[in-house]
Ligand binder design. Structure first.
Ligand code: AHN
Ligand code: ZN
Length: 325
């Protein structure tokens, strides 16, 4: 009985070594049969989930709060721990209500000397007001931002961990932007949103920073999420949309990466396109009914985060990166 088990184990191991070996690239390739073969680790969606929960444990990450300060430290340290070179921008920015906000954009970079680069971004701040809450008394309270904020960060931290274990061929910059969600409600004042990204993009333009393309993640954790072809993404970067959507669909995630066009959403990618000139798309959950019933309410907690959705987005983004040469 024991022997049989051992043999089956051997066969499985040999088979997986052969499989990994055939796909292996780079420095591990050349050697003979006894050399260990490096198997690229897949995206771990549970790890992304834990990173979301961790952010929520600080409390709402609203500007000028202690939770925001401590979570910012955690994000910087985590990117460093995952092998990124970390740079931080900390400007003071005046918001539409006249308040001065302590902005913190966090940039984690891989392959810093590589000229060819891809930009991945997501906002990490929380909206200070749950202004869509059905309960009037909740509307002046901050949101917990599990989906709206923490989900994109959770996915990109796990992407970072994977890139730290196996370097991509292309350079990658992971930008965690601040002050996205401080926008003036129902005002049409588009510039009151995405303050951190506006600052980053102006600076990038001045410094001559370039990337082949950018991918924004926003609200990528909802159960049965739907990511339609968003209008600004299709206007500025249709090729990037099709590249990402076809990878997502080839991995079997066509129920998330829908093929229909819907809406135009003012989000961080608009400012990266307009101000920095980098063709950038938005993977954002919405449908004909909007961004979900819990959007900007007190119900945006872990109960509305699905590991399956995180996996679909994370595997897709990581595969897009690995395929860039
Ligand atoms: C507007 O509501 C103008 N844009 C949506 C951007 C957003 C808010 N993403 C998350 N929260
Ligand atoms: Zn929001």
């Amino acid at each position: 009985m024991r022997k049989v088990g051992y043999c089956i184990c051997c066969i499985v191991m040999c088979f997986s070594l052969i499989q990994c070996g055939s796909g292996a690239k780079g420095s591990h390739e050349s050697a003979g049969a006894e050399t260990p073969v490096f198997c690229p680790p897949p995206f771990d969606a549970d790890s992304a989930y834990i990173h979301i929960r961790k952010q929520l444990q600080f409390g709402p990450r609203i500007p000028n709060s202690q939770a925001h300060e401590l979570c910012g430290d955690y994000l910087e340290n985590t990117l460093r721990r995952f092998g990124a070179r970390v740079e931080v921008q900390r400007p003071l920015i005046k918001a539409w209500d006249g308040k001065w906000l302590k902005c913190r954009n966090i940039i984690g970079s891989y392959n810093v000397n590589q000229k060819e680069r891809v930009l991945l971004l997501t906002h990490w701040d929380c909206r200070p007001w749950a202004d869509n809450d059905p309960n009037q008394t909740n509307r002046h309270r901050p949101v917990d931002g599990a989906n709206d904020g923490a989900s994109g960060v959770g996915v990109l931290l796990e992407v970072a961990r994977q890139l730290g274990m196996q370097n991509p061929q292309i350079g990658v910059d992971i930008l965690l932007t601040d002050l996205e969600d401080y926008g003036r409600p129902e005002s049409g004042d588009e510039e009151s949103w995405c303050l951190g990204t506006q600052y980053w993009a102006k600076n990038a333009q001045e410094k001559g920073y370039k990337a082949r393309f950018g991918i924004l993640l926003d609200m990528v954790g909802a159960p049965n999420a739907s990511f339609p072809l968003e209008g600004f993404s299709m206007q500025y970067a249709p090729d990037v949309v099709w590249k990402v959507w076809s990878v997502g669909q080839s991995l079997g995630y066509g129920q998330y990466f829908r093929n229909d066009r819907l809406g135009m959403i003012t989000d961080d990618h608009v400012f990266v396109n307009k101000l920095a000139g980098i063709p950038t798309i938005d993977i954002i959950h919405f449908n004909e009914q909007g961004f979900g019933s819990y959007w900007h309410t007190s119900d945006d907690g872990m109960q509305n985060i699905s590991v399956s959705t995180l996996r679909a987005v994370g595997e897709t983004v990581l595969k897009v990166i690995r395929e860039e040469k």
